[in-house]
Write a protein that binds this ligand. Structure first.
Ligand SMILES: Cc1ncc(COP(=O)(O)O)c(C=O)c1O
Length: 423
């Protein structure tokens, strides 16, 4: 069972937010991870330490600024290790949405009227609207529909959308609404064969499994550290030659080289210090619980390997949790789970479950669970196309139960009891 993979009790002790209780003594249950995860103490300390000891702007000729520069550089290296990239291929920003708008505008500046971009109906709007905005430049948007039966994207349908004018596919690594994982490596091969680029939104996937941008061979990938145990900071990866070539939107004194040309304005330095600490937290998970998976990552060493082992261990633990949650949900009469539900498909989904109950609106479910200290999201979570395609957008969307590696079987049991009382 899950306990053999991670020592969750030990892990939970590191998260102060998990030590909060309802007046009746029940601990809060955080099933809201896809909207933002909790942070371990070391992240809080790294941010505090930054603000106390090195709070300064960049490139000053004095101690605090030099320390601050060192922290920012170390954070680029930490995120590069997480994604298996080079540090100068990592740009920080406010969040994934802002970075993606920035990049889409840069790419837009290189497009000709009639060039085509493919977006999907399984994606979060942060990987749709920045590309739709390029219609102003004459770009043509092609929609890759999802199969509403199981919320998957069919690569054969992608092949039919590709033309000699296709410049980019914007696709999620995993759906934040229903948890489907896309075969991004295969998709990269398909679009590259057609002479186009691929932008991967890894925001939802990042807390749930290892990412290797070199193996995927994606051109760009974005994620958000607040979804994987860090503060509110966005991260953009781009292949160096592409970042070098693209025109940035920046102020003149800003550096002209990647990645800093995509980091215009003063960044959230304390958040970036916390981002590096989140990576160190994950690396510790790898060292403590991931050694059994080391053989799968013999091509890596040091922190890169620790991080891959960590995410593998987390994935294995979460898979057990998912199987348990799904089996309990399926026993509740009338409850509908959207997306992949067959046990055999659980390797292709994250532990994020979209559900509806007959006769109880998603907002009411979330409200009643919230009153019991069980935190879940309801609505569309900005995956507007998904809820529209599923025909539930007009009916309050869905309830999203999002598991993270700090969740437990006992918490799932409390949720199930609470849901049963609603039918
Ligand atoms: C899959 C996915 N993509 C993009 C985003 C947007 O990320 P950010 O909040 O960093 O802009 C989210 C946020 O929920 C998401 O889940």
């Amino acid at each position: 069972m899950p306990k053999s993979i991670l020592n969750v009790a030990q892990i939970r002790k590191q998260f102060p937010a998990l030590q909060q209780y309802m007046p009746n003594g029940n601990p809060f249950i955080y099933f809201d991870g896809p909207g933002g995860t909790q942070v371990p103490q070391r992240v809080i300390e790294a941010m505090t330490e930054y603000l106390i000891k090195m709070n300064a702007n960049k490139h000053g000729l004095f101690g605090t600024s030099q320390k601050s520069d060192a922290v920012l550089e170390a954070a680029h290296a930490a995120l590069a290790d997480f994604l298996n990239a080079a540090p100068n291929e990592i740009a920080f920003g406010n969040n994934m949405t802002t970075l993606t708008f920035h990049l889409s505008r840069s790419i837009g500046a290189t497009l000709q009227p009639g060039d085509e971009i493919i977006v999907t109906r399984l994606d979060h709007d942060a990987n749709i609207s920045p590309w739709l905005a390029l219609q102003e430049k004459g770009a043509v948007i092609r929609w890759w529909d999802m199969n509403p039966e199981n919320c998957t994207l069919d690569p054969a349908a992608l092949e039919k959308l590709l033309t000699s004018r296709t410049k980019l596919l914007a696709v999620g690594y995993a759906s934040n609404a229903v948890g489907t994982i896309n075969e991004v490596k295969r998709l990269a091969q398909i679009v590259h064969a057609a002479g186009a680029m691929i932008f991967v939104d890894a925001v939802h996937y990042a807390p749930h499994g290892p990412i290797d941008v070199q193996d995927i061979d994606c051109d760009f990938l974005a994620c958000s550290v607040y979804k994987f145990f860090g503060p509110h900071v966005g991260v953009l990866y781009g292949k160096y030659p592409l970042l070098e070539k693209l025109p940035p939107y920046k102020v003149r004194p800003q550096e002209n080289d990647p990645p800093h040309k995509f980091e215009t304005g003063t960044l959230n330095h304390e958040g970036i210090a916390g981002a590096a600490a989140a990576i160190d937290y994950l690396a510790e998970i790898g060292k403590s619980y991931g050694v059994q998976f080391a053989n799968a990552y013999s091509q890596f060493s040091g922190r890169r390997r620790d991080l891959k082992m960590a995410m593998h261990a987390i994935q294995a633990y979460e898979n057990h949790l998912s199987l348990y949650l799904a089996s309990e949900l399926k026993k509740i009469s009338g409850l509908k789970i959207y997306g992949l539900t067959a046990t055999k498909d659980f390797g292709q989904r994250t532990p994020t479950f979209a559900i509806r109950l007959p006769n109880v609106a998603p907002a009411e479910i979330a409200q009643r669970l919230g009153e019991q200290g069980i935190f879940v999201w309801d609505g569309n979570f900005y995956a507007l196309e998904v809820t529209t395609r599923l025909g539930v957008e007009e009916h309050g969307g869905v309830v999203r139960i999002g598991l993270a590696h700090y969740n437990t079987v006992e918490e799932i049991d409390r949720l199930i009891v609470a849901l049963r009382k609603m039918i």
